[in-house]
Design a protein around this ligand. Structure first.
Ligand SMILES: Cc1ncc(COP(=O)(O)O)c(C=O)c1O
Length: 393
């Protein structure tokens, strides 16, 4: 019903993933394959295309008004998919989650304050903290039985009176953890004890594989509701990253007021019409598409993990509970990190995200986005097998 195998030419379409690859990576081969930034090479759900087509056919694209039905669509979606009760009145639309994170920081902290992140973690967290003149407080994740866990004792010791905010990525990127309710409750307890605002970025919440279930932080730890801001979006789930619309919500009226004040101060209280239409249509019509996508991605994950580990003996792909971003440790292949990167870029002509982008703990790792049509994924895996063939002799 949904054709994720269809190869759609994206070169020359203002695609960041394809058209910025050469400039960013130096890989200028015409057959280079981008496996870096987190968007998928699949067409959006048909209901989204229909809604945008209707808008285009109308031909008038003036200012967007009344976010009520958009917020209601989001609330219905998270209610149905995640059992989360969100009052649409809690919701602030933002031009994407990363900009939402910056606005939240401005609303709840001061320059010089410390913001906790759990590296290796989504690189934009670091960028947005630093560019808002706040300080990064790294709470290093530790690997236990092949999965990341938070070291909350170390975090407790590292916190200072300047620590004000925690950026949690749930599910985690990279590493793909679905955090358990116990893990979330333990973190929430520290936030309460040390008077921290918890920002739970749940943008990957819908991309969870069979046998695992995303637990919203608000559900796991309702006791933290008063100091919690949750961020969700249709953009990652339904491959609409260019729509640049996110939803930040909090039950705390004062935080909501301060966040809305920052949104107004930046002139962001008027919304991108195309983005709002696309994301509302996705939440309202995209369910069958998503239910077909996740098993497709799960099969790609299994294929990717098996073949990369066979291709480069010693390499280990962290078992993902969620996300289409394979996180691969090459440090035990006997090759230096530079050598691995050079082979992937030059021999395989693949641009993967360099591990150190994700902060401490990323050295020796690469992140591969496997949300490609299966034929392209097979081509990429074949090239990786060639790039490391000498290791298998
Ligand atoms: C954890 C996380 N948050 C936010 C984003 C991006 O959000 P946006 O495009 O809405 O700014 C990503 C994209 O990969 C992500 O992985």
């Amino acid at each position: 019903m949904f054709d994720f195998d269809r190869v759609i030419e994206r070169r020359g379409t203002h695609s960041s993933k394809w058209d910025k690859m050469a400039a960013l990576s130096g890989i200028d081969a015409p057959d280079a394959i981008p496996m870096w930034v987190a968007d998928m090479d699949f067409a959006a759900p048909p209901g989204v295309t229909q809604a945008l087509t209707a808008e285009v056919a109308r031909g008038v694209h003036g200012y967007y008004a009344d976010t009520g039905s958009w917020a209601a669509a989001m609330a219905e979606w998270v209610g149905r998919r995640h059992g989360l009760k969100v009052d649409p009145a809690w919701v602030s639309p933002t031009p994407g989650i990363v900009s939402g994170l910056g606005l939240i920081l401005q609303a709840v902290s001061e320059p010089g304050d410390e913001v906790v992140v759990f590296p290796p973690a989504y690189h934009a967290f670091r960028r947005i903290i630093v560019s808002n003149n706040r300080k990064i407080l790294d709470a290093q994740l530790v690997e236990r039985n092949g999965r990341y866990v938070m070291d909350l004792d170390a975090l407790r010791k590292a916190l200072t009176p300047r620590s004000k905010v925690v950026f949690l990525c749930s599910p985690h990127n990279p590493g793909g953890n679905v955090w358990s309710a116990d893990e979330l409750r333990a973190l929430a307890a520290i936030c309460i004890e040390r008077d921290l605002i918890l920002v739970s970025d749940e943008i990957h919440n819908d991309l969870v594989f069979a046998g695992r279930k995303h637990v919203p932080t608000l559900t796991a730890a309702p006791e933290v509701a008063d100091r919690l801001v949750t961020c969700v979006a249709a953009t990652k789930t339904f491959n609409l990253a260019g729509a640049h619309v996110g939803a930040c919500f909090t039950a705390n009226k004062d935080i909501k007021k301060r966040l809305d004040a920052r949104i107004m101060a930046s002139g962001l209280g008027s919304y991108n019409r195309f983005g709002m239409i696309a994301t509302e249509a996705a939440w309202r019509t995209g369910e069958a598409w998503l239910d077909a996508l996740v098993p497709y991605l799960q099969k790609s994950r299994d294929l990717f993990d098996a073949r990369i580990e066979a291709a480069a003996p010693g390499a280990r792909s962290m078992r993902l509970d969620a996300t289409y971003l394979a996180w691969v440790d090459f440090s035990r292949t006997g090759l230096s990190a530079d050598e691995v990167s050079a082979r992937v870029a030059k021999r395989a002509r693949i641009y993967a995200s360099p591990g150190p982008q994700f902060g401490p703990g990323g050295e020796g790792w690469l992140r591969f986005n496997f949300a490609l049509p299966r034929s392209l994924l097979n081509e990429a895996l074949g090239r990786l097998e060639d790039a490391f063939s000498d290791l298998r002799r």
